[in-house]
Design a protein around this ligand. Structure first.
Ligand code: 13P
Length: 287
């Protein structure tokens, strides 16, 4: 069922597991994620960045595609359509398009401005029955041209934002989008612990899920992380699956150039990555 992320995350906090946010890029991606969530009886959040939304011709197209696909594929597990790292304007567009959830990323604003803008969007989301994620302390790395340094959030600022009534809170704890550099120092559990102590059972979000070692993921879930975002890892698996098909010359055999055949190995590879993440995050069977 298409719904906001509120209930799925509250259940995840109580059940000590995390729901995966898997970012989508096109029809194949969406189909792969929905079918895997259904196969594993797991809730899932479909992340859509502003760039991916634009690529798919707009948020309305994305919402219509997800709704239609869920009907055609008979998807019954809880699914949310969620804007990833939204600007204020992007959030308004997704609200209008019928998304069930948004993330407002005001982390690059001074904290008072982040608070003011988040507060306005919380009020709109309440009225529409949508869930909202906010961010404090920017996540490192580059995503869709937005470059963050990967700072650790100030727990007191996290409390201010959490108290506005957001449904989930993304706080920088040394995590980075994309691949982690060899000299990465790891997640700051000290920061996460301090944030969790001040924000109580507010679902916390871990961005940059690609490449974080399994033991760190598990520890983060123990400390209150209830949503983990994965984007790059599916892109890498899709690219590797497609590369293998072409390097083996399969596109040149018979009708191997048929896009339905050409895109299948990459799509299967996304499904495998999503399976591994849902198993690691503990959301299998939790729909
Ligand atoms: P990765 O691309 O590192 O998996 O991060 C995804 C993410 O945090 C989306 O917001």
């Amino acid at each position: 069922m298409l719904e906001s992320a509120k209930d799925m995350l509250e259940k995840a906090v109580k059940g000590h597991y995390a729901v995966a946010q898997i970012n989508i890029n096109n029809l194949e991606w969406t189909k792969a994620v929905l079918l895997t969530a259904q196969e594993l009886n797991s809730p899932v959040i479909l992340g859509v960045s502003e760039g991916a939304g634009k690529y798919m011709t707009g948020f309305k197209t994305v919402q219509a595609m997800v709704e239609a696909m869920m009907g055609e594929l008979k998807i019954t597990v809880p699914v949310a359509t969620h804007l990833d790292h939204g600007s204020y304007e992007g959030c308004l567009k997704c609200i209008e398009a019928g998304f069930t959830s948004i993330m407002f990323d005001g982390s690059h604003y001074p904290i008072d401005e982040n608070v003011a803008k988040t507060k306005e969007l919380v009020a709109i989301c309440r009225e529409k029955g949508m869930s909202i994620e906010a961010e404090v302390g920017s996540i490192g790395g580059e995503e869709d041209g937005v470059i963050g340094r990967g700072e650790c959030a100030d727990p007191n600022e996290c409390k201010r934002i959490a108290d506005l009534g957001v449904d989930m809170l993304a706080a920088g704890i040394g995590n980075i989008h994309g691949k982690y550099p060899a000299n990465w120092e790891g997640l700051s559990f000290e920061t996460l612990d301090a944030i969790q102590k001040l924000t109580g059972d507010k679902p916390l979000v871990l961005h940059g899920g690609t490449g974080i070692p399994d033991d760190m993921i598990k520890k983060a879930i123990d400390l209150g992380v209830a949503k983990i975002n994965v984007n790059t890892e599916c892109q890498l698996s899709f690219a590797a699956g497609t590369r293998k098909y072409i390097e083996e010359g399969k596109d040149l055999e018979g009708k191997g150039y048929d896009p339905r055949k050409l895109l299948k190995p990459g799509t299967d590879a996304i499904m495998q990555t999503v399976r591994e993440k849902m198993e690691l995050f503990g959301s299998v069977g939790k729909a």
